[in-house]
Design a binder for this molecule. Structure first.
Ligand code: GLY
Length: 376
């Protein structure tokens, strides 16, 4: 239930900046961008076919097309989307949702081009094979015959891969896709979500019996901490699940994650990389957690059934976007990314850089504000 809130005065300038920079990147990139170092994109090796982030680059091109109407951008999005296709032959990851929802479904939604649908449906079918019926979860990493540790692992990020399954259920009429997506979301709610509304990045299960073993982390501080990008994936992903299923447990989950995180944001509303870092306030931020959160809040506002809360989610998204636009973009410094100060993974010593997914969700959120009638 999105309420009418006047567009912020800076919105057009922010979008224009993003489109100009995206055109520049398009002219200079030879492979998919992932993060920046020294202000330039680190590009993904061609044999990785975009790794898990290729869809974000293609999605950015689709959004730039939708914002500008320039057919050269939609042609470029088509070409880059084609470079993701070899990932349909590599079935060792859950990220087919990020890749094919943003690379293909988004393009279909924005252009009506039916030729984009079959690859996305194939991706959904491959993703569905990762469902473990005993544990009622989608395996995050590794092939289906990987070690028991990998076969029993779930991560918060998978919440963002469920929408591809909900979409495929509608397109094909095969409700199995929606059932396993909702089942995975329920498992995430039960085991990742803690009483205080925080989430663990990882959960481990016994892949044979489905029994829950423990919470853990991969990119956060610890098994008991709350990794800020994972929490943002959850706000967004649970809102999507509510939209797809109408089940209020998912709306409440998204709200609960917000109740936890909002008082823990610093004054400029851009989260530190982990809400439990003992180094706060002298620690690195993750601007991508902020942009994912802003996009997720606008998605939550659109489905929220309480009009007061819908306004709150919308206003908070706008405040985060304003902070990102005014103090976190490369407008003055000229780096190749849109947003500075992202953190891919502090435990892996990758921080304080641009991130292509941070950029994608920044533009997605701006577009949700600028063109609320677009189907994103
Ligand atoms: N999905 C991987 C990440 O958020 O870093």
């Amino acid at each position: 239930m999105t309420n009418h809130i006047p567009s912020p005065s800076w919105l057009d300038d922010a979008l224009e900046f993003c489109i100009v920079k995206t055109r520049h990147n398009l002219a200079t990139l030879t492979d998919f961008p992932e993060r920046t170092e020294g202000g330039q994109w680190i590009q993904i090796a061609p044999e990785q076919h975009g790794w898990w982030v290729g869809g974000h680059w293609v999605g950015l091109l689709w959004l730039a097309y939708a914002a500008s109407g320039d057919p050269a951008l939609s042609a470029a999005a088509h070409t880059w989307a084609g470079r993701l296709l070899p990932q349909l032959n590599d079935q060792s990851d859950h990220d087919l949702g990020f890749l094919f929802e943003l690379g293909f479904v988004l393009g279909y939604r924005l252009t009506g081009d039916e030729s984009l649908k079959p690859s996305a449906l194939q991706a959904a079918s491959i993703l569905s094979r990762r469902f473990n019926p005993r544990g009622q979860f989608i395996q995050a990493w590794g092939s289906l015959d990987a070690s028991p540790e990998l076969r029993g692992r779930t991560i918060m990020d998978t919440m963002m891969n469920l929408d591809l399954l909900f979409w495929a259920a509608k397109e094909t009429g095969n409700s199995y896709y929606a059932e396993i997506a909702a089942a995975h979301a329920r498992t995430t709610l039960i085991h990742h979500l803690r009483a205080d509304g925080s989430t663990s990045h990882v959960c481990d299960f016994d892949p044979e019996t489905g029994a829950f073993i423990k919470q853990g982390t991969h990119q956060g501080l610890s098994a008991t901490s709350c990794w800020s990008r994972g929490q943002a994936w959850g706000v967004y992903g649970f809102a999507d699940c509510y939209r797809a299923t109408g089940d209020p447990i998912f709306l409440n989950a998204s709200r609960r994650l917000m109740v936890y995180l909002w008082p823990r944001l610093p004054a400029d509303l851009v989260p530190f990389w982990d809400y439990d870092s003992p180094l706060i306030p002298n620690d690195v931020r993750d601007s991508s957690a902020a942009s994912v959160l802003a996009a997720g809040l606008l998605s939550l506002a659109a489905v929220e059934n309480d009009p007061n809360l819908a306004s709150i989610w919308q206003n908070r998204a706008i405040s985060i976007l304003e902070a990102l636009w005014k103090t976190y973009t490369s407008l003055k410094s000229g780096e190749a990314c849109l947003l500075l100060h992202g953190t891919r993974s502090k435990p892996h010593n990758l921080m304080d850089h641009g991130l292509i997914y941070g950029d994608y969700y920044f533009v997605e959120a701006l577009m949700r504000l600028s063109k609320p009638k677009l189907s994103l």
